[in-house]
Design a protein around this ligand. Structure first.
Ligand SMILES: [Zn+2]
Length: 434
């Protein structure tokens, strides 16, 4: 057994009071604006074009003067156009997992890397991982920030890290049992797949494995998927949030209350905006999350539009931490499908499917166009229910109630749909591109 104790990694930072947090943010924002203006041609031009002098950003109240940075800015400045330090101060480079075109390169100084490790250490600590825990890290090692990010975090809290990386499911399960892995770190869709794969391989997940904590992130997932994972493995699942552009994972993590994810306010300033108008929204209202990194050296990032939709809560959390929280990510605005004029998030479809008894874990969303847009949801189920009209009706009605549009529902035999080892690719859009 791992001693649980009340050990808190980076305790002082985790427990900062509201006044302390806001004074760190006030001091950092002034420094950051000058730093970015002085050291990068990109921000100098961006500020000059907007007619904003760095001196005019005096406090957090002036945040809205700062122009947004968007993903295409990073692409257009490929590979290292926004670098604020000389090359010889860099310690490592990562790149986003883009499937088309040039990726986004992210650079770290030694200080950036240390800060990232510390944030990941907090991630593990908040989820309850302790020295002696065995962490099976099934995030991809490589350019993707997931593998090394979780690796650094496990090292920071003194846990034992097993760097299995993605794939080779049989070996993952064998090691999980033989090494008595206590912490699983991977994408939630892969963990859902492991539920099924472990049974197919003859394991009884609750008997053969001793997992107690799961750190799941890198894609939006639903409460229903969480319940399935927890029921199958008997572990406690925590949602983790981050993205390569903002150092990687480690931006936000669910505490034991699991009522939103704490964003580390001493390193990140989070705002919510209306994605159409750019107007800043009051806390609690749903919108696009915008992040400012307060102390990154290699590549400063000011008011970065994440395209992730969520809400920010600033009230006190029962855990005693004052770092503000974001609600579970509803979806990335890039993942949102517009089907016949209606907004559809894959996470909404997952929410419906996982609530209908008798359906498998794997599904696919297909959008096609035959005179009108058509939405088809393919989902696996047991052989004897493939032609079950009652089941079809239930799924169709529930989808309609949630999405507001009709969907065709097709049942497939278990094991038919593709399985994913990293981030799941569940949407197939067959509509002609403009
Ligand atoms: Zn909390």
């Amino acid at each position: 057994m791992v001693p649980r104790g009340n050990f808190l990694f980076d305790r002082r930072a985790q427990m900062l009071k509201p006044k302390q947090l806001s004074s760190i943010q006030q001091a950092s924002i002034r420094k950051l604006v000058h730093y970015a203006y002085r050291n990068t041609a990109f921000y100098r031009k961006r500020f000059d074009d907007a007619g904003v002098r760095p001196e005019s950003v005096k406090s957090l109240d002036d945040m809205s003067k700062i122009p947004f940075t968007v993903k295409t800015d990073l692409r257009d400045n490929y590979p290292l156009g926004i670098l604020a330090v000389p090359l010889n101060r860099l310690y490592c480079l990562h790149a986003s997992s883009g499937t088309t075109g040039k990726p986004i390169v992210v650079a770290y100084t030694r200080g950036d890397l240390e800060r990232w490790s510390r944030l990941m250490g907090r991630t593990f600590d908040v989820a309850g991982v302790r020295k002696g825990d065995i962490v099976q890290n099934m995030y991809g090692y490589g350019l993707f920030t997931g593998g090394l990010g979780f690796h650094y975090g496990a090292r920071a809290v003194g846990a034992i890290v097993v760097p299995t990386s993605v794939g080779n499911t049989k070996r993952q399960l064998m090691l999980m049992k033989d090494l008595q892995t206590t912490v699983a770190a991977c994408t939630p869709s892969y963990m859902v797949y492991l539920c099924e794969a472990s049974r197919a391989e003859g394991y009884e997940p609750r008997k053969d494995f001793v997992l107690r904590i799961g750190l799941f992130g890198a894609e939006p997932w639903s409460e229903e998927a969480r319940k399935r994972i927890e029921d199958s493995f008997g572990l406690r699942a925590h949602d983790c949030y981050g993205m390569s552009e903002l150092c990687g994972p480690g931006v936000a993590i669910e505490c034991e209350q699991r009522e939103g994810l704490h964003v580390w306010g001493d390193e990140f300033l989070v705002e919510t905006i209306d994605p159409d108008t750019g107007e800043v929204l009051e806390p609690g209202r749903e919108g696009e999350l915008v992040f400012t990194m307060l102390s990154r050296e290699a590549m400063p990032l000011l008011r970065y539009r994440s395209r992730d939709l969520s809400r920010v809560f600033e009230d006190e959390c029962a855990c005693g931490r004052y770092h503000s929280r974001i609600a579970r990510i509803k979806g990335r605005s890039d993942d949102m499908l517009i089907v016949g004029g209606v907004n559809v998030f894959p996470s909404q479809v997952e929410h419906v499917l996982m609530n209908v008894p008798g359906l498998g874990d794997q599904y696919q969303i297909i959008v096609s166009h035959e005179e009108l847009d058509r939405l088809t949801v393919k989902v696996e189920t047991a052989k004897h229910r493939l032609q079950d009209p009652e089941l079809t009706k239930t799924v169709q009605e529930d989808l309609y109630a949630t999405l507001g549009i009709r969907a065709n529902v097709e049942f497939l035999e278990e094991g038919t749909l593709p399985r994913h080892e990293g981030k799941a690719r569940r949407v197939v859009d067959l509509r002609p591109k403009e």
